[in-house]
Ligand binder design. Structure first.
Ligand code: MG
Length: 252
């Protein structure tokens, strides 16, 4: 199932993609979720960020090749940080280049959406707590990250967390092809089988620190090939079995 949140005929609701249509659903995918009667051609809808998470837990340096490209050792423990939910934008929404930075990077990532409360969940049971997976762009002001020595500002600007286009519930997170494109040119290309800490391990390790609640999102880290974007660019995160998340970059 590919779950979306969408706007059509002036209303916002959840739905499920079926071919070139969005089927309306009642309730939320975290509780009762029932098929409705209406369906809309996708092109007559606006897809929104597929959920509104309470928190977004980011993971730094979770692909060996990315650790090498930034000259940092492979971590023995997952490097955990938080991205504010106010940074979220949906498919097609603009990433706004902030005046405080002169180097804003894309980072293609697999997002994990939590379905049910997770606290001290062992890796073997992690998948029971996951609703599905989405594409996420962990947009980062690289110059501010280096200057600050921490990530709150560098990864926290409004619009620095594109998420979408859907939550895919039936994919295996262990071997998904993940790519990014800048103005159509491929910049990152890897597979989630290259994750240092797997999705299951991340749920286990994070839930040993903080309770994960329904709708929380884990951004699982980015592979090698990160680089800067400029106003006027168009950035795409593509994950096989999930879809494509495209956002323009603008400067106000
Ligand atoms: Mg990242």
């Amino acid at each position: 199932m590919k779950i979306v949140r969408f706007k059509a005929a002036g209303k916002t609701r959840y739905g499920v993609i079926e071919g070139s249509y969005v089927l309306e659903y009642a309730g939320t995918p975290f509780g009762t979720f029932r098929k409705g009667r209406k369906r809309y051609p996708i092109r007559q809808t606006v897809l929104l960020t597929p959920l509104l998470p309470g928190k977004i837990v980011g993971i730094g340096l979770n692909y060996r090749d990315h650790a090498e490209e930034v000259g940092l050792p492979v971590p023995a423990e997952p490097f955990i940080f938080l991205k504010p939910p106010s940074a979220l934008i949906g498919p097609g929404d603009p990433i706004v280049y902030p005046p405080q930075s002169s180097r804003v990077d894309y980072e293609a990532e697999l997002a994990v959406v939590i379905k049910k409360r997770a606290r001290h969940v062992p890796a073997e049971r992690a998948r029971e707590h996951v609703l599905g997976y989405a594409c996420l762009n962990d947009v980062t002001a690289r110059d501010l990250q280096m200057r600050d020595g921490q990530l709150t500002q560098a990864k926290g600007f409004d619009s620095f967390c594109p998420l979408g286009p859907c939550i895919a519930t039936d994919v295996d997170p262990g071997g998904l092809e993940i790519e990014s494109f800048l103005n159509g040119e491929r910049k990152q290309s890897s597979s989630t089988q290259n994750l240092i800490f797997s999705v299951e391990e991340l749920v286990a390790r994070i839930s040993a620190v903080m309770t994960l609640l329904p709708g929380d999102v884990i951004a699982t880290g980015t592979p090698a090939g990160i680089g800067p974007m400029q106003p006027g660019d168009r950035v795409e995160v593509r994950i096989a079995g999930i879809g494509s998340l495209v956002n323009p970059v603008i400067k106000l």
